[in-house]
Design a protein around this ligand. Structure first.
Ligand code: GDP
Length: 454
């Protein structure tokens, strides 16, 4: 395998930058461009986990000074010999050091190639490699906790437990099917059935927590909807703590979808303040209204705002109808006014409701509690292992379908051979999930989403 190099820090000005070189020639590449000052040991002679201060040079002149850290295979991030050169964090100087590595034998690393090598060298499972990217992109405490648990191998262990159980079952079934005349103890139907039920329910647990996990990690795509003038922009401004949407008391002025992310407790809401949902003859505004309807259909979370200082209007009822069966919270706004709104007429359409006064900045805590209740964040425990992305979820869904089908086949009197084939297929999906039997295409797809240098 070639020796690769890339800048592992962001491409921006900063205190330091790190150029990472990995592969069997990593230390000899480093030796050619780095002259130690702090001691006289050249890079190829340095022990793993040691550093040297020195000059980075192109042979003729000094490019910068910096620190070289040496990792020896297999005790490195990639499992190969690794040299990391920290230099000053200027874009120009960092590029120059990288080019020196290239002109001395290293090749440019592909996106995610360091982590891909770590996976191929058995340093981590595919799910752990995916977690590296989640750790980097986590934008909140809960998201980071999920990613760390994944990186630490919680999901891997949970899938492995299911997979090991199925392998054991496959083993005894195969022995029994292949050598019927030998003295192998019969596998009882109830044993197969119990093992399959356990596997299926374990996968079921993972799948049902997937949505909470996704929202905690990625945030909830949130639509703020309601008739004109109920206080949507005011609520959005309250949530974001700044004047982002234009708040006016002329109906229908929020024409476009304004988007931004705000944090509500442990959950990030990706908010879009939408044009008021109502029929309108105004062409420009009707474009906005169409988009608002689409947004309402696809959002993870709906905050349906009502003006409780006014009588319930046909538009309120229509909106409530479209919230049925969705993760929708009724926001009963303008609690400071004399109350004229009959919420009981539409309350059945909502998962929850909160009374607030967006104008006076009151009630956000109640909204937070309602949203956390919807996504059951309190009961969510990443340490037990959670599915972190669509790829993993799809593998788990397919595996569960196979085990359920095997169970059905078993109960309807199919041969053990037929049952065996279904279990084997399910097992394959589990091994694809952890990466133990993932095709090259799957592996490449996972790593193509990484950035260069990781
Ligand atoms: P939108 O059209 O739904 O975005 O509504 P706006 O946020 O623009 O608000 C419409 C009007 O209602 C503005 O005059 C706001 O000041 C007012 N408003 C918003 N929230 C409250 C509230 O809690 N109490 C009172 N009294 N007025 C509010």
């Amino acid at each position: 395998m070639s020796t690769i190099a890339a800048i592992s820090t962001p491409r921006a000005q900063g205190g330091i930058s790190v150029i990472r070189i990995s592969g069997k020639d990593a230390l000899s590449v480093a030796e050619k461009i780095f002259q130690p000052i702090s001691h006289s040991t050249p890079a190829t002679q340095m022990e793993g986990y040691t550093c040297a201060y020195g000059k980075i040079t192109d042979g003729a002149e000094t490019v910068d000074d910096g620190v070289l850290t040496v990792f020896r295979a297999p005790k490195s991030y990639t499992g190969e010999d690794v040299a990391e050169i920290s230099c000053h964090g200027g874009i120009f100087v960092t590029d120059r050091v990288l080019k020196l590595a290239f002109s001395n034998g290293a090749e440019p690393a592909e996106p995610g190639e360091f982590t891909k090598r770590a996976f191929l060298n058995g340093k981590m499972s595919l799910t752990q490699a995916e977690a590296v990217m989640d750790v980097i992109s986590a934008d909140g405490k809960a998201g980071l906790k999920c990613a760390e648990a994944l990186r630490e191998g919680a999901l891997y262990r949970r899938i492995k437990a299911v997979s090991d159980g199925m392998l054991k079952l496959l083993g005894s079934l195969a022995a029994w099917v292949d050598y019927p005349e030998d003295d192998i103890p019969a596998v009882e139907e109830y044993e197969i059935s119990a093992a399959l039920e356990l596997a299926s329910s374990s996968l079921d647990g993972l799948l049902s927590a997937y949505d909470s996990g996704r929202i905690i990690r990625e945030g909830a795509d949130t639509a703020i909807v309601g008739r004109p003038n109920v206080g949507k922009s005011t609520l959005m401004n309250l949530l974001s703590g700044c004047e982002r949407s234009i708040v006016t008391d002329i109906a229908g002025t929020t024409r476009d979808i304004v988007e931004e992310s705000v944090r509500l407790g442990d959950i990030v809401l990706r908010l879009s303040d939408t044009a008021g949902i109502r029929e309108t003859g105004d062409l420009v505004e009707s474009v906005g209204v169409d988009r608002a309807r689409k947004k309402l259909e696809t959002a993870d979370l709906i905050l349906a705002v009502f003006d409780t200082g006014a009588e319930i209007a046909p538009g309120d009822i229509a909106l409530a109808e479209s919230c049925k069966g969705r993760n929708a919270v009724a926001i009963l706004n303008k609690s400071d006014l004399e109350q004229r709104f009959d919420f009981s007429a539409i309350s059945a359409c909502f998962r929850d409701s909160v009374t607030i006064s967006a104008g006076h900045g009151e009630g956000l805590d109640k909204l937070q509690a309602a949203v956390e209740k919807i996504y059951n964040t309190a009961a969510f425990s990443p340490d037990r292992g959670v599915l972190a992305n669509e790829r993993q979820r799809s593998c788990a869904v397919k595996a569960k379908a196979c085990f359920d089908e095997a169970l059905e086949a078993l109960h309807s009197g199919a041969t053990y051979d037929a049952v065996n084939i279904l279990i084997d297929e399910g097992e394959n999906h589990l091994l694809e999930l952890t990466g133990e039997r993932a095709s090259e295409a799957v592996v490449n797809e996972v790593f193509s989403r990484f950035c260069v240098g990781k």
